[in-house]
Design a protein around this ligand. Structure first.
Ligand code: FHN
Length: 704
């Protein structure tokens, strides 16, 4: 529950008391994991599908500047347009074709249940008439308050409205840091004053435009924004509209867009971007945001549009993993949706009219995966569950086998023709649905199978261990997720039979390389498929004997349009630093670092290394690539494992920044190393000739 005293709430809402860190009556807000406020999130979980709208002055250049056409809503920063020059776009912003009701009607007809529109993106320009700045639509030739008109239209068409509001603001004189390339002085700028401006605008937005359903914060990644500010802004937002839902980018949750597992961060749901987490984000609410082409803001040259089928499959995939999809439209400077967007919205709307029941209000699939497509489910009662199978790959024999489903099937039909039952037989005790070939939907055909009770599925057994390599012994955890099943296993890769040993307490301990096969049985009858995993016993890499060590690592600095780490060939500068810090890079984008040195491993065993980076990063230990987090991407975490002997090991880390967000973090975990950042006191570099004034290093003596 949201812990705020009633008096404080009244004072806050009345504006007599602004929520700020020093207000002690308000406790720290809950986070998604702790936030067991089911009613507030209920509509959002049922909605499953929202429209994102990125609109601002950046639609005027439409992605083009100085002969280049690859820009979007980041054009001010990416094209390094000085703010005073960028302000000219205000004089050209006159979206005479804008009609809020046309936009909202298109959203409703496409099946969206909520809209999230940019009230202010990083450019700082406000699509609403703010009394706190003239850097708003009120000072354009258009003058009209777009947000007000959208709010009225959403009310008329009964669709929920949310606001995207950027914490980062490249225009406001008090926002810090300035862009590295800017000459605009930061003298006199105070972030506290910007914070007051930010909260003042939130107050305008949440008290003057009616009930707002979502606050979608963004631009939280810069150093001036802190965890404490995130907690405070979350509270402040909800103090203005207690029922509002706030995303995780209000806070610094773990540095990635996906909901952090650390429950001390504020935010009601995770926000994976341009991706669908392979297994969803179990245990938290989450929403994938996605563009239809490659840009959020309008780019007239970008014709890399996802097809309507791809977009429908993405929506189905997200729903089958228990998430929401926020699908973006970037309107033109005239206030119209691009024709290619409209075409896709119409296709999606037609599909949703027939099949929306298989998306709205459903829960994640009970199957780990399906070769032919996806599944969502809806509990009708404690006696009946509806399983919605979305068929992407039509079976050549028109027979759809549902793997591992042991529940009694009451009936089956196509969602496009619910009154016409279709035949279901059993093959090896698994349901086989006989599909009418003429009923195939060009995007995805939805087959409904109504079953008794909750799904009884013989999932392939799960075989898990901390790592797939080990140096001494390894505990392997085996589960079937269905207590009525017996698990027989083999250690030599042979097919388990009822004569093979049974898993006890869900654990097998091995001390040599093994291929473990596990099969589920109902009594003496095999049921479901067999699972297999191989675990390899390895010799830890030997520690190195290195003399003349001092603390820190060496680095080489590169500049260029890199797309992979190997593109960094000729450094333009070299130096040393205490850790993998991005020295004051000479520019905000298109640069890279190569760090090299040694890491001291405190105990022998298997270590996992993680890099969190935006954009690419790769990490080597003793010359072997352990983490491959390469290429251009948003903030992303990748890991790898290696067995190491206690002592020194060579470490190399490559990192490059393309455009947009900049991030590099390196964590490790292993014996005597709980998961933590690789710290200054872990890293060493070799000095060839030990300078007289170099402080003696703190490195433990190399093993004899
Ligand atoms: O920098 C923004 C970007 O412009 C866009 O708004 C996306 C949408 O989720 N969010 C940030 C990048 O993660």
């Amino acid at each position: 529950m949201f812990h705020i005293s009633a008096i404080t709430a009244i004072l806050l809402v009345s504006g007599l008391l602004t929520a700020s860190p020093q207000v002690s009556e308000i406790s720290i807000p809950p986070t998604a994991q702790q936030n067991n406020d089911p009613d507030r999130m209920a509509w959002w979980r049922d909605a499953r599908f929202g429209m994102f709208i990125h609109w601002g002055l950046y639609s005027v250049p439409a992605g083009e500047w100085d002969g280049k056409t690859g820009y979007g809503e980041w054009i001010l920063n990416s094209a390094k347009i000085p703010v005073n020059q960028y302000e000219n776009f205000r004089n050209h912003f006159n979206p005479t074709k804008f009609d809020a009701e046309v936009w909202v009607k298109m959203a409703v007809d496409a099946g969206f249940k909520y809209i999230v529109v940019t009230t202010k993106h990083h450019e700082g320009f406000c699509l609403f008439d703010s009394k706190l700045t003239d850097w708003s639509i009120a000072s354009t030739p258009f003058k009209r308050d777009v947000i007000k008109e959208l709010a009225d239209a959403c009310k008329k068409y009964n669709i929920k409205l949310g606001f995207y509001h950027s914490i980062m603001d490249w225009h406001h004189p008090d926002y810090l840091p300035r862009r590295a390339w800017e000459e605009r002085s930061a003298d006199g700028a105070t972030f506290d004053r910007y914070l007051a401006y930010l909260k003042g605008q939130l107050k305008e937005l949440l008290t003057q435009y009616g009930p707002i359903s979502v606050l979608w914060y963004d631009g939280q990644w810069e150093s001036t924004w802190t965890h404490e500010m995130g907690l405070d802004l979350y509270e402040y937002t909800r103090s203005l509209q207690p029922q509002i839902i706030v995303n995780n980018r209000v806070d610094k949750g773990g540095g990635s867009m996906q909901m952090t597992v650390d429950s001390s961060y504020a935010g009601d749901y995770g926000t994976p971007e341009q991706e669908v987490p392979p297994m969803g984000l179990p245990g938290v609410d989450w929403e994938t945001c996605m563009t239809m082409n490659d840009h959020w803001g309008y780019n007239k040259a970008d014709q890399n549009w996802k097809s309507s089928t791809e977009l429908i499959h993405i929506l189905i995939d997200v729903a089958s993993k228990g998430g929401n999809l926020l699908l973006n439209v970037g309107p033109t400077a005239l206030g119209e949706f691009p024709p290619a967007s409209i075409e896709r919205l119409e296709d999606i709307g037609q599909w949703m009219k027939i099949n929306g029941e298989s998306i709205y209000g459903t829960k994640a699939s009970p199957f780990p995966s399906l070769d032919f497509g996806r599944c969502t489910q809806r509990t009708i009662s404690d006696r009946v569950t509806k399983l919605y199978f979305h068929v992407f790959e039509w079976p050549t024999d028109n027979k759809l086998t549902i793997p591992g489903l042991y529940s009694k099937v009451n009936r089956a039909y196509l969602l496009s023709n619910p009154t016409k039952r279709i035949r279901v037989t059993r093959s090896q005790r698994q349901p086989v649905v006989e599909l009418p070939p003429t009923a195939r939907d060009p995007h995805a055909t939805v087959v409904v199978v109504e079953i008794n009770g909750s799904p009884d599925i013989s999932l392939p057994p799960s075989i898990k261990a901390t790592n797939h390599i080990f140096d001494k012994e390894l505990d392997v955890i085996v589960t079937a997720g269905n207590p009525s099943l017996t698990l027989h296993y083999s250690l030599d890769g042979s097919e388990p039979t009822i004569h093979h040993p049974i898993i006890k307490q869900n654990k097998i301990t091995i001390d040599q390389t093994r291929t473990i096969k596990v099969r589920t049985f109902r009594g003496k009858t095999p049921s479901g498929s067999t699972s297999e995993e191989t675990f390899v016993k390895v010799l830890p890499k030997s520690a190195l004997k290195v003399d003349n060590l001092v603390d820190g690592v060496n680095w080489d600095y590169f500049e260029g349009d890199f797309t992979v780490c190997d593109d960094m060939i000729t450094p333009i500068e070299s130096g040393m630093s205490a850790n993998f810090k991005l020295q004051p890079a000479k520019r905000p984008e298109h640069f890279g670092f190569r760090f090299s040195g040694y890491i001291y491993v405190p105990a022998t065993g298997v270590f996992t290394f993680y890099t969190t980076s935006d954009d690419g990063s790769c990490l080597w230990i003793d010359g072997e690539k352990i983490v491959d987090n390469d290429k251009l991407h948003g903030p992303d975490v990748k890991s790898g494992v290696v067995a190491l002997e206690k002592g020194l090991h060579a470490i190399r880390l490559d990192y490059f920044q393309g455009t947009g967000g900049t991030e590099l973090k390196v964590h490790w975990q292993g014996p005597d190393v709980p998961k933590q950042m690789v710290g200054d006191n872990d890293l060493y570099r070799e000095v060839v000739a030990k300078p007289s004034n170099t402080p003696a290093s703190s490195v433990p003596p190399s093993p004899t």
